[in-house]
Design a protein around this ligand. Structure first.
Ligand SMILES: Nc1ncnc2c1ncn2[C@@H]1O[C@H](COP(=O)(O)O)[C@@H](OP(=O)(O)O)[C@H]1O
Ligand SMILES: [Mg+2]
Ligand SMILES: [Mg+2]
Ligand SMILES: [Mg+2]
Length: 400
């Protein structure tokens, strides 16, 4: 089946800072048929049985607009990152002006869209508490400048004051649970972001505990197959190249797709995880940061399974994107036993891998439960892979 080809990279969203446009004859989307993508070479994904409903498509369009604007803000900041632009939170994880700015931009887009009845509910990682103390002034000013710059070409966007922006950030304080909630990680992989590696902007929509829409923006992810080098600090140095930057989307029951991040069209290249031919050659992925996931445990599991290929380490939910398009076959995450996961770290990515045909569960095989509020309680980490490989890995974990 022929797949649509994206014909333009789209307008720059932050003036003077966009990636170079591809020449008129070149398709900027390197995964089109005939351009060497593994899926295309294998005959591509089967046609999807259903398409998003009109409401889901509206939700998806808004999610993609929000993620693209936020990703542009992040890209600009990563290229200019200065020491004063990040601080340590109480849990000693970093947060930058881009985390706050991206959260404000997404909250503004969602609040203007008015997609659902009743007040907007947003479960998001950041809040303005530390920005409101006396040392927060410089960060507050910089965030205001960034947010206004990124929204400048968006129809209907007013000039937002610093107080408006603090209020937008604090819209993310929802407790989640049952009902309808947007779930946002404005920058997933902030450690990767400050170290010039991978990161992603992750937005999902929860309805009665089920993730129904996901949009995952990956500014430093190549549109061609990811390699070990792409997980390392050089990733951010290529972010302005025309073939870097991916947007993954999914709607529940409507399939998963990918396309270029720096465009305005909805991604339309359908995704389906391939079956694994040989376990020895399985490419598995884990967190770049060993404090986030136990690298010894994954290595032991890989050895038990007979996997001989070296692990691919990358920050953030880009790993879910890479899995959904078949760059790697297996994702494993084993955080320290006292670490409690949050829903925004897996919400968007989980619906994308599921709609691409993979299975995702905790280490005891239970589906991820997004219905319990801001926390995501798990038993022994997370495993995502094609259904047959998932079952094999789960059994090996239980035997270890
Ligand atoms: N000690 C820890 N153990 C496990 N995960 C942690 C952690 N500290 C932070 N994290 C989470 O790991 C996320 C990054 O995932 P990955 O390991 O795949 O790059 C972080 O997202 P943020 O960067 O949004 O804070 C954070 O929520
Ligand atoms: Mg964080
Ligand atoms: Mg995160
Ligand atoms: Mg984050």
């Amino acid at each position: 089946m022929a797949r649509p080809c994206f014909s333009s990279v789209g307008p720059s969203l932050l003036r003077g800072s966009g990636p170079p446009a591809a020449g008129p004859a070149a398709c900027p989307w390197r995964r089109c048929p005939g351009t060497g993508s593994r899926l295309a070479a294998a005959g591509g994904a089967p046609a999807l049985e259903s398409t998003p409903s009109a409401q889901e498509e509206k939700e998806l369009r808004v999610a993609c607009q929000a993620v693209r604007l936020a990703a542009r803000l992040c890209q600009v900041v990563q290229q200019e990152l200065r020491l004063s632009e990040w601080e340590d939170k109480d849990d000693s994880s970093p947060v930058t002006v881009a985390d706050y700015g991206a959260q404000a931009v997404v909250a503004w887009v969602l609040s203007k869209a008015g997609l659902h009845e009743g007040p907007l509910s947003l479960v998001a990682e950041e809040d303005s508490t530390s920005l409101k103390n006396s040392e927060g002034g410089a960060m507050r000013n910089r965030i205001s400048q960034l947010v206004n710059e990124v929204l400048i070409d968006t129809p209907g966007a007013p000039v937002l004051t610093s107080d408006d922006i603090m209020d937008l950030i604090d819209m993310g304080r929802s407790d989640g649970g049952s009902g309808t909630h947007w779930v946002l990680d404005p920058i997933d992989g902030t450690r990767g972001f400050v170290a010039m590696r991978q990161y992603s902007v992750c937005l999902g929509l929860l309805k009665e505990g089920q993730v129904t829409v996901g949009a995952l923006g990956c500014p430093n992810l190549p549109q061609t197959k990811v390699t070990d080098e792409d997980g390392k600090p050089g990733a951010a140095s290529r972010t302005l190249d025309a073939d870097i930057g991916c947007l993954f989307t999914a709607t529940r029951g409507g399939g998963a797709r990918d396309g270029p991040l720096w465009g305005s069209e909805l991604p339309s290249h359908e995704l389906r995880v391939p079956d694994v031919d040989s376990i020895a050659s399985v490419q598995y992925m884990e967190s770049f940061e060993k404090r986030h996931s136990n690298h010894e445990l994954t290595a032991a599991l890989a050895e038990k399974l007979g996997i001989v290929r070296p692990v691919l380490r990358m920050d953030s939910q880009v790993k879910y994107g890479a899995l959904s398009r078949g760059d790697a076959a297996l994702f494993m995450r084993f955080p320290p036993p006292d670490y409690r996961e949050k829903i925004w770290d897996h919400c968007a990515g989980s619906v994308i891998v599921e709609e691409a045909g993979a299975k995702i569960s905790d280490g005891s095989g239970r589906p991820l439960d997004f219905s319990q509020g801001r926390w995501l309680d798990l038993d022994r980490g997370i495993i995502a892979a094609s259904p047959s490989l998932h079952a094999t890995v789960l059994q090996a974990l239980n035997e270890l």
